[in-house]
Design a protein around this ligand. Structure first.
Ligand code: UDX
Length: 439
């Protein structure tokens, strides 16, 4: 089987490599010449564990190739996937569908035979219908079936998530075109169905809602536990035990109950906003999600204030070491990272920031105030610091020897915004230790 995927971004590239690994012949198309030549040279435009090896293997086996030429990529392809970006539209928070529609129309213009056009990009409900309308307008002569096949990949774990997903969601149009699309997608995902991965085959609209609802629910879980953490702090509870105590109830589940500085990344902030906006348009506001967004936005600022409070209400002239800049570990992605809110606030209050991140420093240099100093390791960041703030839970920070860290500093403040350290051990090492929602 042959397919083409449009968009060599995060989702497109991971999906292309994984489908190729399943034995499908995949051509990945992007309009960005630089990106295509980079991939052809075997260099990855993003950091994702295991991706480079998977890409290299499949290129060598002749199952994966890269091009700017859509027509060539579509030669013999039974399905074309859209994995282009759907960023937040400036001004109103809606998903910007310009790239999706442009790519769909381009595919329609280029098509020479009937095909299945699958949206993998995260799009609001109703987009599939609109894609159908547009491709039909461009090519009334051709039978192009439209399907939705959302992905649930986590950065840093994307390959595992693709190869062993909790479920595969396939949304198709009604009637014969839908049946044809479903058959093609079933064949494509056959290796997963052999390992008994559940499939949700449903209508286009439903699949589109599933994707947003999944992300919004997880974001809501995080905002929920973050608020409970605040209560724990005020009342003397321990949020870690609360999370365990409620999470062991199978109806609630233990995952995504880790209190922290607020969620970031390429999906949750963008998708919750777009979900809330599109629900408003349908006249059925999602008030829980609107509140989730507000709770998360205010949390990042609250974290900066908390650092300032811990420093005695004033950080002017203080040296603050920041460990971790990316929105989570195992990625170089800085999108909507709490560091982007917290660090500028501390800098504005007069702090000198010494920062470290294993993968995110290049991107951070372009996004953070110019006065931020970047160091070659976590211990170096702590050199002469009044306070150390752990913002991202990279493994190398978990494994730091507390006394070594303490000895680098001139102060004794450790703010662990990810609850990775053991409070008694940190106190024993001589720290004044603060964490999230723990006594
Ligand atoms: C998420 C979804 O998990 C994935 O299914 C979807 O396809 C894309 O969005 P990702 O953004 O890569 O994936 O990261 P994830 O691991 O889900 O973390 C998102 C954010 O939530 C991070 O900022 C993380 O630090 C935060 N988080 C997560 C918490 O604060 N607490 C938790 O318990 C879990």
């Amino acid at each position: 089987m042959r397919i083409a995927i449009l968009g060599a971004g995060y989702v497109g590239l991971v999906s292309a490599a994984c489908f190729a690994e399943f034995g499908t012949e995949v051509t990945l198309v992007d309009t960005d010449a630089g990106r295509i030549s980079m991939l052809r040279e075997g260099r990855m435009p993003i950091y994702e564990p295991g991706l480079e090896a998977l890409v290299t293997d499949n290129v060598r086996e002749g199952r994966l190739s890269f091009t700017q030429d859509l027509a060539a990529a579509m030669q013999g392809a039974e399905a074309v996937f859209l994995a282009v970006g759907t960023p937040t539209r400036r001004g109103d928070g809606h998903a910007d569908l310009t790239y999706v529609f442009a790519a769909a129309e381009e595919v329609a213009r280029t098509a020479t035979k009937p095909l299945v056009l699958v949206t993998k990009s995260t799009v609001p409900v109703g987009t599939g219908r609109e894609v159908k309308r547009r491709v039909q307008a461009v090519r009334p002569d051709l039978d192009i079936a439209v399907a939705s096949n959302p992905e649930f990949l986590r950065e840093g774990a994307a390959i595992g998530d693709f190869m062993r997903p909790d479920r595969v969601v396939i949304g198709v149009e009604d009637g014969e075109a839908g049946a044809r699309a479903e058959a093609v997608l079933r064949r494509l995902y056959r290796p997963l169905f052999l390992i008994e991965t559940p499939m949700v085959a449903t209508r286009l609209e439903t699949a589109e809602i599933i994707k947003y609802a999944a992300n919004a629910f997880l974001a809501m879980k995080i905002s929920f536990i973050n608020e409970v953490a605040d209560l724990c702090e005020a009342a003397g509870g321990d949020v870690h035990d609360v999370a365990r105590g409620i999470g062991l109830d199978g109806r609630i589940g233990r995952k995504f109950l880790h209190a922290g500085p607020g969620y970031g990344g390429s999906c949750f902030p963008k998708d919750t906003l777009a979900f809330a906006r599109s629900a408003q348009d349908f006249g059925t506001p999602l008030r829980l999600i609107e509140t989730t967004i507000a709770v998360n936005d205010s949390r990042k600022m609250a974290m900066a204030d908390r650092v300032i409070r811990a420093c005695g209400g004033d950080v002017d002239g203080k040296v603050i070491a920041i460990l971790g800049l990316t929105f989570k570990p195992e990625t170089d992605d800085m999108r909507d990272a709490p560091s982007l809110e917290i660090i500028p606030r501390l800098v504005a209050a007069g702090a000198h920031i010494r920062a470290h991140d294993p993968e995110g420093m290049d991107a951070a240099r372009r996004l953070l105030p110019a006065t931020v100093e970047y160091t070659s390791g976590a211990l170096n960041a702590a050199q002469g610091a009044d306070a150390v703030v752990l913002l991202t839970e990279w493994n190398e920070y978990r494994n730091i020897a507390p006394t070594k860290l303490r000895n680098m500093m001139r102060g004794d403040l450790l703010l662990d915004l990810r609850n990775v350290y053991d409070p008694p051990a940190m106190r024993e090492a001589g720290f004044t230790y603060h964490s999230i929602g723990r006594p």
